[in-house]
Design a protein around this ligand. Structure first.
Ligand SMILES: Cc1cc2nc3c(=O)[nH]c(=O)nc-3n(C[C@H](O)[C@H](O)[C@H](O)COP(=O)(O)OP(=O)(O)OC[C@H]3O[C@@H](n4cnc5c(N)ncnc54)[C@H](O)[C@@H]3O)c2cc1C
Length: 464
């Protein structure tokens, strides 16, 4: 037993502490297997905010890094303990404390798995829209910490729109509760949304108050098969410009659909080079009218084929295969690196053209998929070989994709966060004054630099 393990066992029960090498290895990375890996020195499994506070007070006194971890499904290396220390595994803090139908809000602990939360809500005909495609495993705490989004972002927005309050344990062990159950508040600085998206670098989110919506009455899935990626991008732009707001509007290249088809009973016909997988939802009349408008836009712009999916099981299977796209691509290639640039929606066609040009000039395959309806694309670099030469090209492609996104007035991350994957690029997006302000905030809240060091910023703490 390590001395850190011994100390933690004085604060928590034996079963809440892991320090055996084999157990620690399971916490060495998130879903980005290509980034740095390192086992933590110990894992603490809190059951309450008091447990979290006790661990953090100990870590603060001893200057030990603390890395909050939900399900480890992140795509930016956010919960990888690159400086060792304690990984705080939040998954046992999984109570759905309240579903308040009359206030249309819920209160949940940080370790609640998103899919379980939505299953509970559906029993009351309620709905929490943010839908990261890892929903079967990812936690609300991880979603809040990364401002997670998903296909529904186009109509419903992403996590930050639904967070009305938090309980956060700060790096000195004190507990704060910014915001609350009210759906509006104008009382001082908005700390709730400072911690939303803070990637575990400012504190540990132990509870969240979330806004809910009524479950839409009906929905229909539409698939447009397009002759080119360019055409698909033009159709996305036109749908948005026409004021149609689909619930989901996903862009997929043919290769992605081919991969998905291996997991679908009734495969999507492969009649085009790029595809739009869409859903419209709402009242029955609204769904019918939006579906017609989308069909007419797709026909007008020359789509190769338009399918309105009438079978609910088929529709479910298409969306389920879409949610598995990242692991599916990992079975087809040696390594898969997913980018997360987001541009104003009218710039989607230009982004698609630039990404294709980057792939062509470097001669590497770059897949295109993403939540095109809200401008969030995931250009995906697919390694056909593991070699230094390929890795160099991949690195160049990442830089060029990021540069293209910024030139088009976009952002380097729409939903995955910065973590360690993009901390070398953050200064390209924010000027020195904003960077200075953010670092000053980090320095005030976490002066010892123990919270998730090396994430967002290269080094821990105040990152001199
Ligand atoms: C197949 C697949 C599909 C995905 N699809 C999407 C998608 O559509 N949209 C999207 O946004 N993301 C997507 N992701 C990325 C990922 O699932 C999200 O970022 C998710 O929000 C991470 O949740 P998690 O619980 O796994 O967090 P982790 O990966 O465990 O942690 C992520 C970050 O949050 C911090 N953190 C976690 N819990 C807490 C807490 N309680 N308090 C403070 N900080 C905390 C960690 O320190 C880390 O910085 C996908 C990932 C996979 C593997």
């Amino acid at each position: 037993m390590s001395s850190l393990g011994k100390d933690l066992r004085k604060l928590l029960s034996d079963r809440q502490v892991l320090d055996e090498k084999e157990d620690l290895m399971a916490y060495a990375n998130d879903a980005t297997f290509y980034l740095a890996r390192r086992s933590p020195d110990a894992v603490a499994i809190p059951l309450s905010a008091d447990d979290v506070s006790a661990i953090i007070k100990y870590a603060f006194r001893n200057k030990i890094p603390v890395v909050p971890r939900g399900a480890g499904s992140g795509l930016a290396g956010g919960c990888t303990p690159i400086h060792g220390g304690i990984v705080m595994d939040m998954k046992q803090m999984d109570s759905i404390i309240e579903i308040n139908r009359k206030n249309m809000t819920a209160e949940v602990e940080g370790g609640v798995v998103l899919d379980r939360f939505n299953r509970e809500l559906r029993k009351q005909k309620l709905f929490y829209p943010p839908d990261p495609q890892s929903m079967k495993v990812c936690t609300i705490g991880g979603n809040v910490a990364t401002r997670a989004g998903g296909p529904r972002g186009v109509k419903y927005g992403t996590t930050e729109r639904y967070v009305t309050g938090l309980e956060v344990v700060l790096p000195d062990g004190s507990v704060i509760t910014p915001g609350g159950k009210v759906v509006k508040q104008s009382c001082g600085y908005d700390l709730t949304h400072l911690f939303t998206g803070s990637e575990g670098t400012l504190g540990v989110i132990t509870k969240a108050n979330l806004r809910l919506l009524p479950l839409p009455e009906s929905s229909t899935t539409i698939i447009a098969s397009c002759v080119s990626a360019d055409q698909a991008a033009e159709i996305v732009s036109e749908i948005i410009a026409e004021g149609v707001v689909p619930a989901m509007l996903e862009f997929l290249i043919k290769l992605a659909v081919m991969g998905m088809n291996n997991h679908i009973q009734n495969p999507i016909p492969l009649s085009g080079e790029a595809y739009l997988l869409m859903e419209v939802d709402g009242g029955i009349a609204q769904v019918e009218s939006e579906m017609r408008k989308i069909k007419s836009i797709c026909t007008g712009l020359g789509a190769a084929d338009i399918i309105v999916v009438t079978d609910k099981a088929d529709s479910r299977s298409y969306w389920e295969a879409r949610s598995k796209l990242y692991p599916i691509m990992m079975t087809l290639f040696k390594r898969v690196i997913t980018e997360d640039v987001t541009v104003p929606r009218n710039s989607i066609p230009e982004l698609v053209r630039r990404v294709q040009a980057i792939g062509a000039s470097l001669q590497i395959p770059i897949g295109l998929a993403g939540h095109a309806g809200d401008g969030n694309m995931h250009p995906t670099i697919m390694h056909t070989e593991i070699s230094e030469a390929f890795a160099e090209k991949a690195e160049k492609a990442i830089s060029e994709i990021i540069k293209a996104g910024l030139e088009l007035s976009g952002t380097i991350s729409g939903e995955h966060g910065i973590g360690i994957h993009k901390n070398r690029f953050i200064e390209m997006e924010h000027g020195p004054v904003q960077i200075g302000l953010m670092k000053a905030i980090k320095g005030v809240i976490d002066p010892a630099g123990i919270m998730n060091p090396g994430k967002i910023w290269h080094e821990g703490g105040t990152d001199k």
